[in-house]
Structure formats: structure tokens, C-alpha cells
Design a protein around this ligand. Structure first.
Ligand code: GLN
Length: 424
């Protein structure tokens, strides 16, 4: 069997191929020369399966899609408090290159240029040379992509030829003491970050790394903390599409970031990363056909983050078997808070008393710490009510079995809880 996913992606590309609205960015002279008809898409799951269709190996510059990743690097190096001293977390509702600062002179968020220039300056320490800072960024992006990526020097020089807007932002930031480097160096460092050359397959894997809590799903390397990824995705969801962010979240509902070279990424936390390439942009600087692909993917594949279909995939209580003395409650799937609530509700409804009772984790694929904590508390209460409680946990998911009454939850063998006449 050949998986139909690449064919499905191809079909989606064909459905938007004839759309020729929008214009290729030309304020960076070199970008104006890009072939406007390029069209590619790639998708990477958190399990590291990568699929693509169309012009998936065409290289282009990452541009603003670098912003969430470099923000994540700053959070990883310095922590949220320190990063928040120089850049805020609020959507700006303004264009990406707006000369915009909040009343306290910090840029309002890290996704607009003003914020991204500040974040770039945080990398590798304030005293870093431009060269070392860019190298730190290049090698980090290489780890995210799973291959060595390079700065496209021609594109970088081309952007520097026409960088008045970014230079004026940098001068403004320096005049308020938000950055220390002189304006030219700050813009050179930021524009080099934007000129990293990648393709949609690289971007899909990078995006899936954020979705996967910071572990690159193909190489298996742990690059970022899960908390850092969560923060970055939150900022992407409210600010990633600039002044089009509200409409994007309503229509597509996937945290996303666009770039003026025509790239677009979307990250579905815990699930997957998607990337598209199509250089013609709308007025907000977002790819027209990229947006159409995401709209289609979101509605057709049910990927909207706010969809009320996003319940637990399977019911967390697989089965409950009991006789007069014994009860076994078999759990399954990923036990997050919502699943924990359903399990505790079931335990409450059953009103167990004087039973030998075990929770069986054999079919559980993941256990959030809230699940561990609250299920232990549920078992402690069942014990207090006269039941004898135990865990079947051959995979060691319940890492800490100490209960709040000072006792330790005993482990048991599945075989000791077989109910007469039942099939296990
Ligand atoms: N390098 C570009 C700039 O600063 C990035 C902008 C973008 O991709 N939206 O103008």
C-alpha cells in the first residue's frame, strides 16, 4: 500500500494552482525576480513522517518565518521574564514593518519587525559580534531543519540596499535604549537571519519540532523546552499573521507565520507542522495561495484549533469489569486533564466499596502529570472508603506512586484481577 497523503497534498495544490491574485514582494530587489508560479507544500507529523508535493525542494529565503524560531531561541537562552523586558506579547494589529512601539517603548510583539530586531539582539549575549550571532542562529536553524542551512548572501545584500524602513526601526529602538548595537549592525544581523535559505520540507520539520514540544521529530534531537514551544505557538496564534491575525485564526485556526518570500508555516500543537511556498502576496504580505491551501487543509482535514471535535481520540475508560470482590478498570489513550475527569467521573458513578480494585495502564499511550496526580488522589479516596487499590503499570507510566496519605500505591499483575468469565 502506498500512503495516499502525497496524492492528497497534490490534489490540494491543483485546487489552488489557477489562483493568480497578489503580487511578488519587490521592496527587496532580489525577491522581485522570484518565479511567481512556484507552488509547494510539505507536512510533517510529530512522529517524524514527512510528505510533500509540488515545488517542495525549491529554495527560498525564510524571511519572517524565522521570527518565531528565533524568539523561541531567546526564550530558551534567557527565559520569558528577561525577554519580556524588551518585547511584549500583545498583537499589534499593524503591518509587519510599522514603526510601532508601546508606551514604554518596547515593541508590542516579536512577530513584527521592530520586535524581531530586538529579539535578534538577545541571541548569543549583548556583547556578541554580528558574525557570531548570525552563526549561532544559522547553526540552531540547521538543527531544527535537520541539515546545514546557509545565509543567501545575495539576497541579504539586496535587502540591505533598500533597508531604510528597518534601519529607521533600529535607530528608534536604539534611541530608547532597547537595543545596544548600532542600527546598521542590528539590521545586518536581523536581515541575515531573514536570508537563511530553506525549502518547504525544512520548514515543515521545523514547524513539527514546535508542535512536538521541541524534539526534532526526524533526528530525535531535543532542541527546545516544551514550555518554550507553547509560548512561541501562543504568540504565533495571536500575532503571526500581523494585521490579518484575527481573520486567520477565525478562518484557519492554526498558529502560523508568513514570510515575504512566499513561505507560510502552520503548527498544530501535538500533531503536525505544515509549510507552503507560493510567492504572490496579499496586502498584509501573506501568501495568497498559501492562505488558500491552509483554508482547505483546515476545513477538509478538521485541523482548526478551536474545533469542538477536538475531544480525546478514544474514551479513556476502555472497560470496567467487576464481581463481588474484584474490579478492574482498564484505561487507554492519552490521559490529559479531560480524560482524567472522565475516568474520575466513572469511578464516582460506580460507587465501589470493599473491593480489590486495580487501574490498568497497559493500554495508556501517555500520562500527563495532572492525570497522575488526580488519579492517585481518586485511588486514595477509594482506599479510604474501604477498597484495596493497586496499579497495573508494566510500562512504568506512573513514575511516582507515593500518595498524599504517606503510603505508596502497590503494583499488581493483570492476571490477579481476572474476573470469572471475562475475556482479557
Ligand atoms: N526581511 C523582511 C523585512 O524585514 C521580512 C519581512 C517579512 O517576511 N514579513 O522586511
Amino acid at each position: 500500500m502506498k500512503t495516499p497523503i502525497p496524492f492528497y497534498l497534490d490534489k490540494i495544490l491543483n485546487s489552488v494552482r489557477d489562483e493568480d491574485g497578489g503580487e511578488v514582494a519587490d521592496y527587496i530587489p532580489q525577491l522581485a525576480e522570484a518565479n511567481p508560479d512556484q507552488l509547494g507544500v510539505a507536512l510533517c507529523s510529530v512522529t517524524g513522517h514527512l510528505y510533500s508535493a509540488g515545488d517542495a525542494e525549491n529554495r527560498f529565503t525564510i524571511q519572517s518565518i524565522s521570527k518565531p524560531f528565533i524568539y523561541a531561541l531567546a526564550l530558551q537562552e534567557l527565559g520569558l521574564n528577561e525577554v519580556c523586558e524588551v518585547v511584549g506579547l500583545e498583537p499589534s494589529g499593524q503591518a509587519f514593518n510599522e514603526l510601532s512601539l508601546a508606551n514604554d517603548h518596547r515593541p508590542v510583539n516579536p512577530m513584527i519587525n521592530a520586535g524581531a530586531i530586538v529579539v535578534n539582539q538577545l541571541i548569543n549575549g549583548v556583547d556578541s559580534s554580528v558574525e557570531d550571532r548570525v552563526e549561532r542562529i544559522r547553526s540552531y536553524v540547521s538543527k531544527l531543519a535537520g541539515r546545514e542551512v546557509d545565509v543567501d548572501k545575495r539576497l541579504c545584500d539586496s535587502e540591505l540596499e533598500n533597508a531604510e524602513r528597518n534601519l529607521s526601526i533600529a535607530h528608534m529602538l536604539r534611541s530608547y535604549g532597547i537595543i545596544q548595537d548600532d542600527a546598521h549592525d542590528a539590521v545586518l544581523s536581523y536581515v541575515s537571519q531573514c536570508a537563511l535559505s530553506i525549502d518547504v520540507r525544512d520548514l515543515a520539520v521545523m514547524s513539527a519540532t514546535l508542535a512536538n514540544g521541541g524534539r526534532q521529530p526526524v533526528t530525535g534531537e531535543k532542541i527546545l523546552d516544551a514550555d518554550v514551544c507553547r509560548l512561541t505557538l501562543a504568540v504565533m496564534s495571536s500575532c503571526g499573521m500581523y494585521d490579518g491575525a484575527g481573520r486567520w485564526m477565525a478562518e484557519v485556526g492554526i498558529p502560523a507565520k508568513s514570510g515575504v518570500a512566499g513561505g507560510l508555516i502552520g503548527t498544530l500543537p501535538g500533531q503536525l507542522g505544515v509549510a507552503t511556498l507560493s510567492p504572490r502576496l496579499d496586502e498584509q504580505g501573506n501568501s495568497v495561495r498559501g492562505t488558500a491551501i491552509f483554508q482547505e487543509l483546515s476545513s477538509d482535514m478538521g485541523l482548526h484549533l478551536m474545533s469542538t471535535d477536538n475531544r480525546f481520540g478514544v474514551h479513556p475508560v476502555r472497560s470496567v469489569d467487576e464481581d463481588d470482590e474484584t474490579a478492574i478498570i482498564r484505561l487507554q489513550g492519552h490521559i490529559n486533564f479531560t480524560a482524567t475527569e472522565a475516568i474520575l467521573h466513572e469511578l464516582e458513578e460506580r460507587q465501589f466499596s470493599e473491593k480489590r480494585l486495580a487501574l490498568d495502564f497497559s493500554q495508556v499511550s501517555g500520562l500527563h502529570q495532572v492525570g497522575r496526580r488526580m488519579l492517585k488522589e481518586g485511588l486514595r479516596r477509594l482506599k479510604e472508603e474501604g477498597n484495596e487499590v493497586a496499579l497495573v503499570d508494566d510500562n512504568g507510566l506512573v513514575t511516582d506512586r507515593a500518595m498524599s496519605d504517606g503510603t505508596v500505591l502497590p503494583l499488581a499483575d493483570k492476571e490477579d484481577y481476572v474476573i470469572a468469565g471475562e475475556e482479557v
